[in-house]
Design a protein around this ligand. Structure first.
Ligand SMILES: Nc1ncnc2c1ncn2[C@@H]1O[C@H](COP(=O)(O)OP(=O)(O)OP(=O)(O)O)[C@@H](O)[C@H]1O
Ligand SMILES: [Mg+2]
Length: 260
């Protein structure tokens, strides 16, 4: 593991009016990790994710991504940085009037000068890599199942070969079987493509199966950060509350056939 974090959050304060959401929070995400932001509803997970992807600014503190302080980026730097990551929004956020293939193609048309035949090949490759059948490229979002929408949105998020992938509640709305399949896909793609993955999740199974480290947010703080075993060793009521009635460990990975 690289010792320099890819993302570092230092003393970040976020407030909306008089409501403080983050009070001097810190966390670090390293290359090649699958890292989760977890915590109760309203604990500020999505807000932190939005700050990481430049959709929102904290009140104070420092966030560095790929070594760059995101508060001091020129618009050009910000645009270049945005192209280094892919984002899978919770709803998938595909354009409903475009087919899956066209949704992916759009990114190449917007950000590259690649010729049409090469774009065509890349679209095929991205559709294949997320486990969708080839004909899915001609389908429209309304013709896809929930699991297929997530995969199509993932194919689009991976279009420009990002090294960093942000996922917002990737398994929400999926049945348990599809959710575990999607976890496995993320796990495999992390290795195949050398990705660093940052996700907001409520899904304890995802945490048990594929997450390497996570930050538990609560009461305006990062209550704990680390691997599952490290965090479970800490005696804190919020940790107990979050993981209550669960006795699984990361050994569950083996049960589900995921190599660790
Ligand atoms: N744009 C905004 N304006 C005002 N308040 C906001 C805004 N965005 C978020 N908040 C508030 O910040 C707090 C944290 O919201 P956030 O969406 O980050 O929580 P969350 O941890 O993602 O919760 P959930 O698990 O329910 O999605 C909430 O109290 C929310 O109402
Ligand atoms: Mg949220």
């Amino acid at each position: 593991m690289n010792t320099q974090p890819i993302i570092q959050v230092q003393n970040v304060v976020t407030a909306f009016g008089s409501t403080v959401v983050h009070d001097r929070i810190n966390c670090s995400i390293f290359e090649h990790e699958i890292y989760a932001l977890i915590g109760g509803s309203g604990s500020g997970k999505s807000t932190l994710l939005r700050e990481l992807i430049l959709l929102q600014r904290p009140l104070s503190g420092t966030i560095t991504v790929f070594g760059q302080n995101i508060d001091t980026l020129t618009p050009k730097d910000a645009q270049q940085l945005r192209q280094k990551w892919g984002v899978l929004f919770q709803s998938g956020a595909l354009f409903s009037s475009l087919s899956v293939g066209q949704n992916i193609e759009l990114l190449y048309r917007e950000y590259t000068d690649l010729p049409t035949n090469l774009i065509n090949e890349l679209v095929k490759l991205k559709i294949d890599i997320v486990g969708l059948p080839a004909h899915a490229r001609y389908l429209y979002p309304s013709q896809l199942s929930g699991g297929m929408i997530k995969r199509a949105a993932l194919a689009r998020a991976l279009a420009l070969d990002p090294k960093l992938l942000f996922l917002d509640e990737p398994t929400s709305g999926l049945d348990p079987f599809s959710a575990r399949q999607f976890d496995t896909l993320i796990y495999q793609l992390r290795d195949l493509l050398g990705l660093t993955v940052v996700m907001v999740t409520h899904d304890l199974d995802t945490i048990y199966h594929i997450v390497d480290r996570f930050a538990l947010l609560g009461e305006t703080k990062v209550v704990a950060e680390g691997s599952l075993n490290e965090v479970l060793a800490i005696n804190h009521p919020l940790i107990k509350y979050f993981f209550q009635s669960t006795t699984q460990t990361s050994h569950q990975k083996e049960i589900h056939g995921i190599q660790s």
